[in-house]
Design a protein around this ligand. Structure first.
Ligand SMILES: [Zn+2]
Length: 270
């Protein structure tokens, strides 16, 4: 990833997606916003207990900085599912200024319509951006452990194939900052589900202890899903940036014991 100071904000960009001028994308950080502790300062989540006025000021600042109008931002009520929603023209801007109006109950969105900025909100969960330059289609996904176990990454690729005729080998993917295998300790109840669903746990659960705890590698398991869906390894960029290791730059649910804001990861066709 590339970290850039843009106006007042620090923004991260994927190198692979930056090569395409027909799209805009970003990974926001927690720096440069209006919110107070523990949401300091660029919290973009309206659902985490922060002052909504501050969140809207933060969203406006981000929109102005990346030069995408706020009413193009399209946001979902994320529920840790495997659901993907196709975003049509009339859904543009849903959730941009209130939580209630957001796209209901989905963890991934895809579209081929210009001037719709699909954004997920995260603080440890894995954000993923998708772009098919051939069919000019984009996607975004939010994968915590539950969404990962429901194959949200694969479902997003399948949705692009079905809705837009995308070929997986054309799709460029960015896997953004999220809790890494260095910090993501999980218990036996998660580990047993990983073993059941993927029929193996050895590549995905590291340093399993005698009392059944281990470190879940969400990057690896989502990477495998993308490869399985037909995405080429050379087209996948993994940020390899752990939110829990960088709590000054990024919001981390685990590091802040659940009391924190959300950063945004978004993409739009210009
Ligand atoms: Zn870490």
């Amino acid at each position: 990833m590339i970290e850039k100071k843009v106006d007042l904000l620090d923004i991260l960009f994927f190198e692979n997606l930056s090569e395409f001028k027909e799209i805009g994308h970003f990974v926001s950080t927690r720096k440069g916003g209006f919110s107070n502790t523990p949401y300091n300062s660029l919290n973009l989540g309206l659902h985490v207990g922060d002052d909504p006025e501050d969140v809207l000021k933060n969203r406006k600042r981000l929109a102005a900085t990346i030069r995408i109008p706020l009413n193009h931002f399209t946001i979902a009520i994320q529920i840790h599912s495997g659901n993907v929603k196709i975003i049509s023209e009339e859904l543009r801007g849903k959730g941009c200024s209130n939580h209630k109006g957001a796209i209901n109950a989905t963890d991934a969105m895809v579209t081929n319509i210009a001037n719709i900025c699909l954004m997920v909100l995260v603080a440890d969960c894995v954000p993923m951006l998708f772009f098919d330059p051939v069919k000019r289609a984009i996607g975004v996904a939010h994968a915590g452990w539950k969404g990962t176990l429901q194959f949200i990454a694969q479902h997003t690729v399948r949705a692009m194939e079905k809705a837009f005729g995308s070929s997986p080998q054309d799709i460029i993917v960015g896997i953004g900052p999220s809790i890494g295998p260095c910090c993501y300790k999980v218990g036996p109840e998660v580990i047993s589900q990983v073993a059941n669903i993927f029929h193996t746990k050895k590549e995905f659960i590291l340093n399993e202890s005698r009392d059944g705890e281990g470190y879940f590698d969400l990057w690896e398991v989502n990477l495998r899903q993308l490869l399985h869906a037909g995405i080429e390894r050379k087209n996948i960029e993994i940020a390899m940036e752990c939110t829990c290791h960088n709590p000054d730059l990024l919001f981390s649910y685990r590091h802040q014991k659940g009391n924190t804001g959300r950063f945004g990861v978004g993409i739009a066709i210009c």
